[in-house]
Design a protein around this ligand. Structure first.
Ligand code: AMP
Length: 188
């Protein structure tokens, strides 16, 4: 199973990915988590992306595509992959299609979590207060929302054309969204 959890920052992608890891043994591939780990380790890559991430902009396609390719190789044989926060541009989506095709697969399902902007802002403000993630500050969050609208939203027609896009109401409670995610997966 190759699943993309799709939606703007704060839509609940990470929360649902963690549930699916526990319930189904799928591997979560979050480029945001990988980049944060690179920063925490102080690696040259981490140092290169720090300012871009804190400002809320996207890092280059080449960097995240390489991270995903490495992770796919490291977890070869996993029962499923959850792509969380990747792809975020059409170039990344095309690269992912090519990476999966080379491994004899493709995207099986794209679940779009729909949440209105006021709710996103409320969730991310709460996360900023609780976790202090630098890019959750209000100014960076505005940049992240704009990056989503300009660079990531064009993936909606891309996956719609492939026929595997399913939209879910991401405003519901975590458990209700979780049940809808499970039903969509079971229908594939
Ligand atoms: P996230 O945790 O997914 O919200 O990602 C946090 C930050 O990491 C983003 O605001 C970007 O700066 C960077 N990032 C994560 N995933 C990607 C991606 N697929 N393409 C470009 N930048 C990314």
């Amino acid at each position: 199973m190759n699943l993309i959890l799709f939606g703007p920052p704060g839509a609940g992608k990470g929360t649902q990915a963690k549930r699916l890891m526990e319930e189904r043994g799928y591997v979560q591939l979050s480029t945001g988590d990988m980049l944060r780990a690179a920063r925490a380790s102080g690696s040259p890559l981490g140092q290169r992306v720090a300012a871009i991430m804190d400002a809320g902009s996207l890092v280059s396609d080449a960097i995240v595509i390489e991270l995903i390719e490495d992770a796919l190789d490291r977890h070869a044989g996993a029962p499923g992959f959850i792509f969380d926060g990747f792809p975020r541009t059409v170039a990344q989506a095309e690269a992912l299609d090519a990476l999966l095709a080379r491994r004899g697969g493709g995207i099986d399902l794209v679940l779009r979590l729909e949440v209105d902007e006021a709710a996103l802002l409320a969730r991310v403000t709460k996360r900023f207060e609780e976790q202090g993630r630098a890019d959750d500050n209000p100014d960076s969050f505005k940049v992240r929302l704009k990056a989503y609208a300009d660079q990531t939203a064009p993936l909606i027609p891309y996956y719609h054309a492939q026929g595997n896009l399913v939209a879910l109401d991401g405003m519901a409670s975590m458990d209700v969204v979780g049940a809808a995610v499970a039903a969509a997966l079971d229908a594939v």
